[in-house]
Design a protein around this ligand. Structure first.
Ligand SMILES: Cc1ncc(COP(=O)(O)O)c(C=O)c1O
Length: 365
């Protein structure tokens, strides 16, 4: 009898828990027996305005789909660098910032080495650390979700390679100040500041990349530009790190479609950033409406989502009841978030539907 195929697999991957991504609308609609247009999908922090109208035009008229993309991403890196106010040799693009999280770990982390996670935070840092055979060291955030930089300093030792900081943080929505980030940089580990929600708050540590070669900033076009489905993220860092990431990535990691869509979006930033301003206004309206429901705690947010605590309730039970009403929100396995849901900010009618569905769930109707 030959041994089962698992015998040949890498042992540390055999019982790895998958990252639980969000299901697409057609799957959600089928599960509930609802028409897709009735869904209110607030579980993925997606941009419900959709992409710039220029994206469809660019993709419809593009003629190079039969040709591989530029492995060195020259045009794309130049356009992203211009948008971010840096040099093209400081920029590398990936299939979402998700791919860059993995690539950074592949570059810096050997099996058994440590990564610092500031929980509760974005689950891909822990997931990619495990896939890469690293050891996760959790330094929990305090009760206001702030980072304890002294505790991080204490946790760092000679085996620590990377510290991940989502800033603003997902799912807590808060922003760490510059001093905290610089204190983490002083540890000498690679500090990855994930600025996925940068456009919703305006804060960035990009200028400090020039001074600190161990500081890496990640960004994406998934949120402000509405390109989550096309997968386009980028990193800003020391050019020597860019060269190594370009050397180890798959040659054609960014599709020509994602590249064309990104170029078209970067030519329509006024329009896209106006939508971001509308989402920020809608976020505040949503926060106020949710706070008016009895027993609902809404954390302040610098992003396109809100973390909502429902004391005495199970977040997943509330989410299931909302799903029955066609409204999808995110829940968490983290024990500190057991009574929480995270809701993405969409258009005004999405807010209104969410608020009335939540009122009905909490009122037991
Ligand atoms: C903090 C954070 N980083 C990264 C990502 C993934 O972004 P992308 O779509 O660019 O892979 C997300 C997505 O929600 C996020 O919240």
């Amino acid at each position: 009898m030959p041994k089962p195929i698992e015998h040949l697999m890498r042992p540390h991957l055999l019982d790895l828990q998958p990252y639980e991504g969000v299901d697409p609308p057609e799957v959600l609609a089928q599960r509930l027996g609802l028409p897709p247009e009735r869904l209110v999908k607030l579980d993925g922090n997606e941009n419900l305005f959709g992409p710039s109208p220029r994206v469809a035009e660019a993709l419809g008229s593009f003629e190079g789909y039969n040709i591989y993309p530029d492995p060195l991403q020259r045009r794309l890196r130049t356009a992203l660098a211009c948008y971010a106010g840096v040099d093209p040799d400081q920029v590398v693009a990936g299939a979402g910032s998700d791919e860059l999280i993995d690539l950074v770990l592949r570059l810096f982390l050997s099996p058994g080495e440590k990564v610092i996670d500031l929980s509760p935070t974005f689950g891909m840092y822990a997931f990619c650390t495990r896939v890469n055979g690293g050891v996760l060291v959790d330094v929990p955030r305090d009760e206001r979700w702030e980072i304890d930089s002294m505790a991080v300093r204490k946790a760092v030792d000679e085996h620590t390679k990377v510290v991940f900081v989502a800033n603003p943080n997902n799912p807590t929505g808060n922003l760490a100040p510059l001093e905290t980030i610089l204190a983490l940089v002083q540890t000498g580990s690679v500090v990855v500041v994930d600025e996925t929600y940068h456009e919703f708050c305006g804060f960035t540590v990009v200028p400090w990349v020039h001074e600190h070669e161990n500081l890496i900033v990640l960004r994406t076009l998934s949120k402000w530009a509405g390109l989550a489905g096309l997968r386009l993220g980028y990193g800003i860092m020391n050019p020597r790190i860019v060269q190594r990431l370009l050397a180890i990535k798959a040659p054609y990691n960014v599709s020509v479609a994602a590249e064309q869509a990104a170029l078209a979006s970067l030519e329509d930033t006024d329009n896209l950033l106006q939508r971001v301003r509308l989402l920020v206004e809608e976020r505040e309206r949503m926060a106020q409406a949710l706070r008016s429901l009895p027993g609902v705690v809404v954390y302040p947010s610098k992003t396109n989502f809100l973390l909502v605590r429902l004391p005495g309730r199970s977040g997943s039970a509330v989410a299931s009841a909302l799903a029955q009403r066609g409204v999808f929100v995110r829940t968490f396995s983290h024990p500190r978030l057991a009574d929480c849901i995270r809701v993405s900010v969409g258009l005004p009618w999405h807010t209104d539907t969410l608020v009335s569905a939540l009122r009905s769930v909490l009122g037991g109707q």
